[in-house]
Write a protein that binds this ligand. Structure first.
Ligand code: ZN
Length: 367
């Protein structure tokens, strides 16, 4: 690292050492970071970086982009999932099971153990799911953390049986009708775990493998967080492309505090049919033609004095316009663009000639 650190963070304005902030969230595939070579290395401090993980997650899992993300990410690539709650009805057992929508829009049952009347019933999508499930529950039971597993009581009508679910490789949740029945279930599981583990390992416990479950999807959107994450992509790009000094200009204080979540207007009086989302800085576009012709992701800066505007295209179909602010710059009209793969295999500046060619093709209707 260079000697000049710590430097001013482009978000909180405190002098801090820089951390690795992805210009486009890593969960969408973006592999360009604010520490990547070839940029002026703007500083995003660790604290700001960590606080952004919830808005990055909203964009990746809790918006329409989440569906494209699951649809277009190859099974062989990093694991993706659509956020929200998804269920599969098992008619044989008359139970609702937890399900997930993952890469290439495959439906899948995360490993889960249900308490049915007087026995435990394990469900998964693959034979080997049992082993990873036993490992995770076991490590939490041994350290006493099993009893503190997060209990979900949303979609209580689908909690036909209390269950513990391994929803990520190292994380569990419980779904139950009420918090109280969730606690009772956890205490029972904690007491009987050694016996259940043995039965699972010796294949004596009741278990079913369902490869392709049908799914009832309950999506959950976090619109304000999603829009803040979109604004952050353009602001990160502005800082990486045009430098920290420009990013720190007071002209960008409003969007800076919007991205940090300090001045988001959460409308309490929303008419039916309207979305309760603050659209002062970010607007979503649903035009026939894409804002930047790409099949992957692209971000661009467009300076039309005095307005500095950011453009974002995700998965080649979701387009956003970001009003970064009004500012007087020495450099007149400019346009910079960058393209990112969706599978973390690269990013590159999008040359003007290439962009013009694509715009022409897009305009002529041949994609
Ligand atoms: Zn900071």
């Amino acid at each position: 690292m260079s000697r000049e650190y710590p430097r001013r963070c482009i978000y909180c304005r405190n002098d801090r050492p820089p951390s690795k902030e992805h210009v486009l969230p890593y969960s969408l595939g973006g592999d360009l970071t604010t520490l990547s070579d070839g940029t002026e290395r703007p500083t995003v401090c660790k604290g700001c970086n960590q606080s952004f993980s919830t808005i990055d997650q909203a964009l990746a899992e809790q918006f329409l982009t989440a569906i494209s993300r699951a649809a277009y990410t190859k099974s062989s690539s990093h694991t993706t999932r659509v956020g929200g709650s998804h269920f599969h009805y098992d008619s044989e057992e008359n139970l609702w099971l937890e399900a997930q929508l993952v890469n290439e829009m495959r439906s899948h049952l995360p490993p889960q153990l249900h308490h049915v009347k007087d026995y435990f019933n394990f469900f998964g999508s693959r034979e080997q799911d049992k082993d990873s499930f036993v490992k995770v529950v076991d490590s939490r039971q041994v350290t006493g953390r099993l009893l503190r597993t997060f209990i979900r009581t949303d979609n209580a009508d689908k909690a036909t049986t209390p269950r513990v679910v391994q929803h990520r490789s190292n994380d569990l949740y419980v779904r139950a009708k009420t918090h109280e029945t969730g606690i009772q279930f956890l205490e029972l599981l904690d007491r009987q775990w050694n016996r259940i583990k043995e039965q699972l390992q010796e294949n004596k416990a009741k278990h079913s493998t369902i490869e392709r479950p049908s799914i009832e999807a309950h999506l959950k959107f976090r619109l304000n967080d999603t829009f803040r994450a979109v604004a952050k992509i353009t602001f990160n790009y502005l800082a990486a492309k045009k430098g920290t000094e420009l990013a720190l200009s007071t002209e960008f204080d409003e969007i800076r505090s919007y991205i940090c979540g300090d001045n988001v207007i959460r409308s309490k009086l929303v008419k039916s049919g309207q979305l309760a989302v603050d659209t002062r800085f970010v607007q979503m576009r649903r035009d026939a033609k894409p804002i930047i012709p790409t099949r992957a992701h692209a971000v661009a800066l467009f300076y039309d004095p005095p307005a500095l505007v950011g453009l974002v295209a995700l998965y080649g179909e979701w387009s956003f316009v970001v009003q970064l602010g009004h500012i007087a710059l020495k450099e007149g009209l400019f346009f910079d663009a960058h393209e990112f793969s969706i599978d973390r295999t690269g990013n590159k500046a999008l040359e003007h000639t290439e962009l013009a060619k694509r715009m022409r093709r897009s305009r002529d209707g041949s994609t």
